[in-house]
Ligand binder design. Structure first.
Ligand SMILES: NC(=O)c1ccc[n+]([C@@H]2O[C@H](COP(=O)([O-])OP(=O)(O)OC[C@H]3O[C@@H](n4cnc5c(N)ncnc54)[C@H](O)[C@@H]3O)[C@@H](O)[C@H]2O)c1
Length: 483
């Protein structure tokens, strides 16, 4: 249920033509009355263009196509376009390959580098990247360029939805003027809303069709149209906020909370390590305390935080604060704490080997998992890079294995070539260091792992995803982060 629909419908849009069993909108969806927008979206009478077909764009595009929409991905990288049109994707996300293959085969998903495809689709979703600059400032060049290309093909009735993570005011002060250079007016001729993407890699498809979408329009009508879109397109709740900038800030608030919460868990883990205590038991018990409407909810400690969101979005907030004359402490703190974890993890292995009288240069270390997250092949800003680099520098015999990561992507993390077979990677290892908790690692029998590795092998559980008692029963020296 949309929180914002106040039913103050402006019914001055163009005629809605009754088709055979469906309603088709004559001049673009945004210019129809609310009821007709709803009906047209329900009947999927328009196509959707997704501008920026990277990780997020591909997941959104494939899911919408799977739900019956005609989706055109637009990207500046010809390689991405060729891949999609061949029915494949190099985005490594559970079940995404199959979704892309089936929707392309069904003729509902295609891709192009040609922005004129914007004109053929009433709905345009923008999901281009927003990287972090050298001074921790957000770089919005791709947003600017995508907006210019969309503006060149804008027509009355378009609904433009920005999903990339951006600093507050970007929709209003950067995107809106560029689109209005077309001569059309936002809120009158076309709709414009910001709806942050909230999915998490590794379970992106599930998240996309279950997590409520936050909607901030540049006006009430844009917000209503965008809310109706998400309710019909994905069947999810739309949480409509005051304006686009509130929605932009909401995204940053979510990611700041997650990063700070993980930092809290990580520092608790460090204390528990020193005290010989299980941090997960502490956290599980602590989380039973009700506080206002919810329980305390401390997240899980781990070997580090990575990926394209949590590593940059707190810095967006820090940068924003500085621009407003505020020296914020929490974004900087969360980033600083979480950035210490890869070296901390390396230190744990080093210490456990030393306890057994082994020096790293005389040991074999098998690193399992280098993606930044379980069950994805995404190595962007992965914390594993720092841990692997420390092992490389230590002079140990190092093998690296990750069933989700391609050889090319692995080179962004380490020059040590991936060992394709897990059994080869772990053979005779003195330490098996799990930096991700990929499904395949848990499907591998612990008894077999123990057979392959050296006597009293250390099993470092960097994502706290094993049951310590099971690991110890198999003959390993178990160590998690904080347990
Ligand atoms: N990856 C995540 O888990 C995640 C989650 C939530 C939000 N976000 C946000 O979503 C946005 C996209 O993230 P992503 O991980 O998909 O990034 P990505 O780098 O994988 O994809 C961005 C795509 O945009 C394309 N592109 C760049 N400039 C373009 C232009 N002018 N026109 C058309 N295409 C262009 C690139 O070629 C690339 O394919 C970012 O703002 C990110 O912060 C990401």
């Amino acid at each position: 249920m949309c929180h914002a629909c106040q039913h103050q419908i402006e019914r001055r849009g163009p005629r809605v033509l009754a088709g055979v069993g469906i309603v088709t909108v004559e001049r673009g969806i945004f210019l129809a009355g609310d009821e007709s927008v709803g009906q047209a979206l329900k009947d999927k009478t328009t196509g959707i263009a997704v501008v920026g077909f990277g990780y997020i764009g591909t997941v959104i595009g494939a899911v919408l196509a799977d739900r019956g929409w005609r989706v055109t991905g637009i990207d500046v990288r010809p390689g991405v376009v060729e891949e999609i049109n061949a029915g494949t994707t190099s985005v490594r996300e559970p079940d995404l390959d199959a979704l892309v293959a089936s929707t392309v085969a069904a003729g509902r998903l295609s891709a192009t580098t040609d922005f004129s495809a914007v004109a053929d689709n009433d709905i345009v979703i923008v999901t281009v990247g927003t990287p972090l600059g050298p001074d921790f400032e957000p770089i919005v060049d791709d947003i600017e360029s995508a907006a210019k290309n969309v503006a060149a093909h804008l027509r009355p009735g378009h609904l433009i939805v920005l999903k990339s993570t951006v600093p507050p005011e970007t929709t209003e002060t950067l995107v809106r003027p560029i689109l209005e250079n077309s001569g059309l007016v936002a809120g009158r001729d076309f709709g414009l809303a910001f709806c942050p993407e909230r999915l998490a890699e590794g379970h992106a498809i599930r998240d996309l069709i279950s997590i409520p979408v936050v909607v901030g329009g540049i006006d009430e009508r844009s917000a209503r149209a965008a809310a109706t879109l998400w309710e019909h397109a994905l069947g999810v709740e739309a949480v409509v906020v005051e304006d686009a900038r509130t929605a932009e800030m909401t995204k940053l608030a979510d990611n700041l909370w997650i990063d700070l919460n993980v930092a809290l868990a990580n520092e608790l883990a460090m204390i528990c390590d020193r005290l010989g205590m299980d941090a997960l038991q502490v956290i599980d018990a602590a989380n039973t305390l009700p506080k206002v409407n919810y329980n305390v909810n401390i997240l899980m400690p781990s070997m580090g935080v990575g990926g394209y969101c949590l590593t940059k979005d707190p810095w967006f907030v820090q940068h924003l604060g500085e621009g407003l004359g505020l020296s914020l402490a929490t974004p900087r703190t969360s980033r600083t704490v979480n950035d210490t974890m890869p070296a901390y993890t390396f230190g744990l292995v080093q210490r456990l080997l030393a306890d057994q009288g082994k020096a790293l240069p005389d040991s074999k270390v098998a690193v399992l998992g280098i993606a930044f997250k379980n069950n994805t092949g995404d190595c962007r800003l992965t914390p594993t890079k720092h841990t692997v680099a420390l092992f490389e520098q230590s002079g140990c015999r190092l093998t690296v294995h990750d069933p989700w990561v391609t050889a090319g992507e692995a080179l962004t993390v380490t020059q040590v070539p991936l060992t394709p077979d897990m059994e080869d990677a772990v053979e005779d290892a003195d330490a098996v260091v799990f930096l991700t908790g990929h499904r395949q690692f848990h499907e591998f029998p612990l008894a077999r792992l123990a057979d392959l590795t050296a006597e009293s092998c250390i099993l470092l559980d960097g994502r706290n995803s094993f049951v310590p008692a099971d690991v110890r029963a198999a003959g390993f020296v178990y160590k998690g982060i904080g347990r």
